[in-house]
Unconditional design. Structure first.
Length: 171
């Protein structure tokens, strides 16, 4: 039951419900859209450890390693209010066919997966800008384009059309 609730609430990276009066952080690609050309080195600002407030105000952390070949590996940890693990995500940001794609899997605190063994969520790139990558229904961007490496905004569009918005500071 708890897994179903979180699956409905979280498509990906995580943390505070966006008030309905704010503009959407995420973008959607239209039917049959083509992803723009992009390389991992355009996201070098993402490498590092990030911490912030997560779902329900509980702590959350996200980490990104430097590229290994054509892949950057990331992790996300959503804590409980009591300080335990609520769930985690294992993410691959990959160069593929001249563009970028982000793939991820969710895991419960006991390491059981949300997605079936061979399944994962895949987010195709919609747009790339200095200090920002917009995937279909998922955004990763600098809090301030003039200060990369200081703050990270991660947003995910929910099936309801609302967003989960996470603001992280560099650790």
């Amino acid at each position: 039951m708890l897994q179903s609730v979180f699956r409905a609430v979280v498509l990906l990276c995580a943390c505070v419900l966006t008030p309905s009066v704010q503009a959407q952080e995420t973008r959607l690609g239209g039917e049959g859209f083509e992803s723009p050309a992009a390389r991992l080195d355009q996201l070098d600002w993402l490498v590092g450890q990030w911490s912030g407030e997560g779902i329900g105000g509980a702590p959350a952390m996200e980490s990104w390693l430097p590229p290994t070949g054509d892949t950057m590996v990331g992790t996300f940890v959503q804590s409980t209010e009591e300080g335990g693990i609520r769930f985690t995500e294992h993410m691959y940001l990959m160069e593929e066919d001249g563009t970028l794609v982000l793939r991820l899997k969710h895991f419960n605190a006991d390491l059981t997966g949300w997605e079936k063994k061979g399944d994962m969520l895949t987010f195709r790139l919609v747009a790339i800008e200095p200090c920002a990558a917009y995937f279909h229904a998922l955004t990763l961007r600098c809090e301030d384009r003039d200060k990369p490496g200081v703050g990270l905004v991660a947003a995910v569009r929910m099936q309801s059309g609302g967003e989960l918005l996470f603001r992280f500071n560099a650790m």
